[in-house]
Design a protein around this ligand. Sequence first.
Ligand SMILES: Cc1cc2nc3c(=O)[nH]c(=O)nc-3n(C[C@H](O)[C@H](O)[C@H](O)COP(=O)(O)OP(=O)(O)OC[C@H]3O[C@@H](n4cnc5c(N)ncnc54)[C@H](O)[C@@H]3O)c2cc1C
Length: 376
Amino acid sequence: MQTVDVLVVGAGLAGLRTARLLARRELNVLVVDRRRSLSAGIRTTGIFVRRTLDDFDVPDHLLGPGVRDVLLYPPSRRAPIRLTSDRDEYRVADMAAVYEHARRAAESAGARVLLGVRYVGASMGSVRFAGAEPVTARFVVGADGARSRVARDLGLDVNRRFLVGAEIVHPIASGTTTPAFHCVLDPRVAPGYLGWVIDDGRHAHVGVAGYPNAMRTGIRNLLDAFAADAPGHVAPAGPVERRGGPIPVGGVLRRLACPAGLLVGDAAGAVSPLTAGGLDPCLRMSELAAAVTAGYLRTGDQRVLSRYDGGALRARFRGRLLLRRVFAGIRSPAVAEAAVTALRGRALAARILFGDGSFPEVDPRLADPAIDHPRR
Ligand SMILES: Cc1cc2nc3c(=O)[nH]c(=O)nc-3n(C[C@H](O)[C@H](O)[C@H](O)COP(=O)(O)OP(=O)(O)OC[C@H]3O[C@@H](n4cnc5c(N)ncnc54)[C@H](O)[C@@H]3O)c2cc1C
């Protein structure tokens, strides 16, 4: 049986980034994903916020034009709050190309990436797949998304609170619109979250997300109803793609690591409970995950794993978890109308929409003794 240092389950952004960082540290890394192609089954809008683009090297040609205007609408759709930034706050990525780029970066660093291979289970270091022969892995990284099977098998914490999101994406005729991000607070179509239209002048993404148990007619019907007259939505100028999936919003899980493996990205609950943004968190968390994994495999010292502490990260989410509860409680159009009125003219709206530090800053040097004490 083939032996690897690290098996990464999931070739989303979290898995591919962690794999790249581990391979750079000269570990033998295998990534598997059940998807046959990284351009299939995309589950994200792909909005990158300014903070991510400042801190991470996402190549410019993979990103659409910058978006500076945000409009927040009440259920009546009347008199939206308009916020205009003097900088590009959002850019929507071509996610198929982003995944392909991340895969090439992982492979150039030395990781192997196998697609069409589903993780089935693990025991005593031996990992079984559908679509490939089993392997022996010293350590397993669960980057297998919101409903992580790896988390269950490792006996780590699992996500329990979810929103569900769905969207359509299509090209638009160039020069017909002004780039803007339209957000609609309307519990009839998006109970507990928002409906959105983001239009960067090239593509439009129109979506809704909310608590599944409050979406009685089903998310597809709600999305179609919303898209029919969503503010800022223009007619498709090409093929329409559908995307969707669960979004964990219970905050970072507490128990994220054990001697057999750890969790990263959605599998670890690393999504801003407030904005439901998970791209920035999964990139930031991958840095820490790779440092901890490498440090642990090099030293065998379990104290290194204790630095991957979901409890500590979670504590820094306290304010956002509280606001998530407030958001979840907005269940009638009248309350939503009042909430938008209350936000009008307040700095809080700009802080949420432009300034959400979606994931706490983590210093990976603290987690890897080799970086911590370079002279040892
Ligand atoms: C509709 C929607 C829109 C969103 N929009 C945004 C946005 O615009 N901006 C933002 O910041 N966040 C957004 N999010 C959240 C964000 O997309 C996620 O937090 C982020 O993509 C998580 O990345 P990940 O690598 O952890 O997980 P994923 O991208 O979900 O990757 C997990 C991978 O694991 C694979 N996998 C799962 N099980 C197995 C198995 N058993 N064997 C092998 N492979 C397996 C899957 O195929 C998948 O490729 C959105 C989410 C949704 C649902």
